[in-house]
Each structure stands twice: as structure tokens, then as C-alpha cells.
Design a protein around this ligand. Sequence first.
Ligand SMILES: Cc1ncc(COP(=O)(O)O)c(C=O)c1O
Length: 356
Amino acid sequence: MTKYWSKLVEGLEPYVPGEQPQDQQYIKLNTNESPYPPSPAVAQAIKTFAADSLRRYPDPQSGDLVTALANYHGLKPQQVFVGNGSDEVLAHAFQAFFKQEDKILFPDISYSFYPAYCALYEIEYEQVALDAEFRIDFDGFRRANGGIIIPNPNAPTGIALKLAEIREMLADNPESVVIIDEAYVDFGTESACLLIPEFDNLLVVQTYSKSRNLAGLRLGFALGNENLIEALQRVKNSFNSYPVDSLTSSIGLAALGDEDYFQDCSRRVIASRERLAAELAELGFEVFPSSANFVFVRHPHSKAETLYLELKTAGILVRYFKTARIDDCLRITVGTEIECDALLDALKKSWTKTPA
Ligand SMILES: Cc1ncc(COP(=O)(O)O)c(C=O)c1O
């Protein structure tokens, strides 16, 4: 019944997340979730959580969690904003900073939620083409803009920028907000968080969904100058005063407190990524250099869509984007060693059926 829809809603092309099938058990290597469970401290926090406290609204400022995140990142609480997953934090940031006269800029191959936010908030954008090796073209970003957003490492390529490159981009754009989306930063990239004292136009966004193994919880946060954080608070308080519920706050605190577990999981994912990348290269794949918890690959002789479908039939989900420039590629999340072996075996079997 579209007659009740606004023109805006009629024109939206909503973001489509990776498949989360409920019908069958798959080896899920398609949505960059962690292959490991959350820290045991999380299970403990759930067990000891006082259910009675749910009668009350949560702290609208999420004070304890904000203070803990500020201490962890060497910042002040006024430099931290928390939200219901980093998708929500990003959406608020688009609304707070990017509705400007000039168009905002982001790479042509990047997180596909960005154009969806632009449509929702009627923000104009231009996409800057990655080079042939899928690297960021810095010269392409040297033009008038109403803001810049870049995932670092980039998704779905996994390729990371160096801190010096981000510093240069921030210095080049003192009049615009530059958002660095660090969903995958903990798998071997230096965080731009270190640049916050130097640049009041920098907003860093991170998530608990990947390296903290808590995609089902929905917790993300932004770090930046007090002024930027105040703008996010203004948007949040015009939308939902309580985006982070009290159970999520407690779990977030518990996960943040278990540094050893977090470091151990990140190390294991990095080690598995390196092995997976090497074995895929042995199978003839071109493997782009990944600093994330996934690898982005293409095969010179096998169609990505065919491989995706064959793997699905074998009970393994990977991500295939039917999108210009990358419709010959697959993005494969790093699983446990056993899951990676299953993927490699399935690929070898598919090779013997249809030799490359
Ligand atoms: C680049 C990037 N940013 C942000 C997100 C959103 O993460 P979440 O909303 O789970 O915190 C994702 C999720 O896959 C992502 O790939």
C-alpha cells in the first residue's frame, strides 16, 4: 500500500545485510562475525545482571560505559558517544555533520550502508574510485567536499590506510568532518584515535560486533572532539534518549574489562587470516592484502557467483556482491581453523568438478 508512503520512502533503496538464514545450519563466513564466543566475563555479567533493574529506564548518558571507554582510549568522557551498534552511530553522524552545501565523498567500493544513509537524510555524495588494486586514491579526495567518510581498513576490500595518510587527509580538510569507520581496526591496523587531540574535525567510529565478538548485542561508539560528540548527543536526544539498554551497558563493560581474551581472539583471527590467504593463493585466487577479519579474493578462471552458489550448496555462506567492479570477487570471513578447512576442501572439490 504505497499510497500512504512519503515520496522519500518511495525512493529509498535500503541496505541489504548479508544472509542470516534461519532454516538451515551453515558455516557462516558471510557477515564478518567473530568465529569465537564472547569473553567468559560476558556470560558472567548476564548471569549476575539484576533483572529487577529492567523496571527502570537506563542511564540516558550510559555514564559507566562511556567513562570506561574514555579511560581505555585515553580520552575524556565528553569525547565518547555510544549507540545501538555502530550503524546507528554512523547514521547519527551523517545527519549531524554531512548535510552541507558541498557533496560528501567516500570510495566507490566501500561500506554499502553509506549511500543508504545519504538517501535517508537527503545528503548528496560523490564516490571516489579506488585504483586498479582497490587502493584509496588520495588525489581523488583533494576537492571541495561537505565531509569525508572512509572505512579503515576498507570494506569489503580489507585494505588499510596508514596513520600518516589519514593525518594528511585531516590536515587537507580543516573545514570538513572526516569520519574514519574502524569496524575492523583491531585486526592489525593503527587506530586514528591517536589523532583526536590533534584534529577537531576527526570522528572515529568503532564497534563491539567484530573484535569483541558481540554482533548480536548491538553496541558501537564514536570517539572525537567534545564539539563533535555534543552534536551527536543533540541528534540522539532528538531521536531516542536511551539507545543503549542497561543489560547492553553491563555486557559492554564486562567485555571491555577482559583485555587478555580480546587480544587472544584478535591474534587468532589474524593468524587464521594469514593461513587462509596463503592457501587461497595456492588455489590460484588473487587475494587482496587484508588487515580485517575477512579476505577479499577473485579467481582468474572461476566466476565468483558460481563459486558462491556452489559453496552455498555445500553449506558454506560467503559474501558475493552483484555490484559493478567487484562482481568477480568474493568476501570471505575468517572462521575457526575447522571452518577455514571446510571452505578450502569445498573449493578443492568444486575445482575437481569444473577444473579451473
Ligand atoms: C565498515 C563497517 N562499518 C560499520 C559496520 C556496522 O557494524 P555494527 O552496526 O554491527 O556495529 C559494519 C558491519 O558489517 C561495517 O562493515
